[in-house]
Design a protein. Sequence first.
Length: 627
Amino acid sequence: MLTPLEVETRLERILLKVQKPGRYVGGELNVVVKAWDQVKTRLALVFPDIYDIGISNLGLQILYDQVNQRPDALAERAYAPWVDMEDLMRSKDIPLYSLESKHPLAAFDILGFSLPYETLYTNTLNLLDLAGIPLRTAGRSASDPLVIAGGHACFNPEPMHAFIDAFVIGEGEEVILEIIDTHQRCKRAGLGREELLLEMAKIPGVYVPRFYEVKYLDDGTLASIIPTFPGVPEKIVKRMVAKLPPPTTRFLVPNIDVVHNRVSVEVMRGCTRGCRFCQAGMITRPVRERTVDEIITAAQSAVDATGAEELALLSLSSSDYTDILELVTRIDEQFSGKHLTVSLPSLRIDTVSVELMEKLKDRRSGGFTLAPEAATERMRCIINKYITDEQLLETARQIYSRGWVNIKLYFMIGHPSETLEDVQAIADLCKRVLAEGREFLGSKAKVHAGVSTFIPKPHTPFQWVSVDTAEQIKAKQTLLMHELRGSAFKLSWTPPEDTLLEGWLSRGDRRMAEVVYAAWKNGTKFDAWQDQRRFEAWTGAFATQKLDPAFYTHRPRRADEVFPWDHISDTIRRKYLYNDYLRSMSGTIHLDCRENCDACGILPAFATTRREYPGIYWKCPEVRSPA
Ligand code: SF4
């Protein structure tokens, strides 16, 4: 294995030949470099996309901070090299290395991959290969690092089961420390790899696929997924942090221009709106909020530590933060006289959102974005994101009347039971919004319609439905392209190939692992990049494996079908999801469950935790029954 010095010497010969060498050198402000030999556990956090994207990933920054606070462990980082750098690294025999110490990744005890979305799977294989680590868990020995992964995509880990030793299901802040403790204990005891993995499998929220057996029915659907070892849980229940820990503030400051050069403070986690298409809203329940004081203090510390000029206040639904008006007012006061733009994503469609943006008018970053997701009231009932057209138009009036020229509207096509009339309604609604703008701004008013395609994600009420075919998607997109012409409109959409690929990967079972492997072997990587993704390599991989891609995307599921992710529990009851799916088909909506608990199943699962953390920071009811 190369030493860090050897890695650096080889790097010096190639760095000036690649685009943006700053991606590959580390040394950023707030980087943590610990003495390699003074710690017991060395963890490399790996984001399998390029530095420019990975550096601002909040989850990775939190874990970096969390682990580096331990005196007995270190966390370093690695990102995917862009194709020019990878070619040179391979030709000069430079393995994937960490930015901090330049140790090859193979020298670490644990590699922690961040998998927030499924189109990072082939990059994950590529990085393991570039690191010289056996791709398959079965091929790794005691001297290889433990390869773990976490992130939202891991709520269906099966397509990556062959390559990842252990998955973290849910929130990582506490469990990462337990994984390090267990690793140290097993190392002290001289346990072998299999025994180490067995110990990992006993940590709540950790899924080790090799200890589970999958059986199939004749029709190709699953018969069962059951543990094969005593002491390994039947269901892997997600980890959930009862009280959000103090926010990370010592953000790494990139040396180069990146996608989001900003500091972020997560104001709340979870969402209780219950939009039926939204996986993040389901798997991150319950809602837990930070206090305004905590957020302000963290924002100030983060700005002081980084000199950042942009602050993102993150959550799945900013308007739902209880004290949002107070927060925005105090942020404005706190940074008075300072140049700091503030982004506030996912605002509700109402005039309160306009007031919020008005308060931030000198600090706002970007335009005004609203996400009705569907354009007919029928469809909004189906997806449970109920607003009226009049609410949307009134909000648009308020926005344009205050001088905002452009409104971005997010829609989705492909919702269950959608017809071409529902898609036509998207175009019609965009035109009505533009007409409101013209009242105030004349020909300056603009509408940007961002139209993605629905994918029925695991752990949502829509997990029983199918994805539109490429032909259906194209017909709907063609209609919108035809309708939304002219310089006042901008239309962006997701290519059908991207939708299908994400659908296959997010709904796949264990057999999909061989498709991922074959696609990577066929040269696929950077699937999240439209100019890099090679769709034909994927269809070729399905053919090689004699699997039908339509099996994963284009068939409705039986009510009792065993899903590949059924042994992974986000604690929302399956029956609740199915009933909610039935409610959707009858057009029944339910409102924010903070106002009227809908008994989704979280509280029985986390009753003890809720009892230990009573009060307002959770937005679920108190648990009053005796323990
Ligand atoms: S327990 Fe009740 S309030 Fe909490 S997330 Fe579930 S339905 Fe909503």
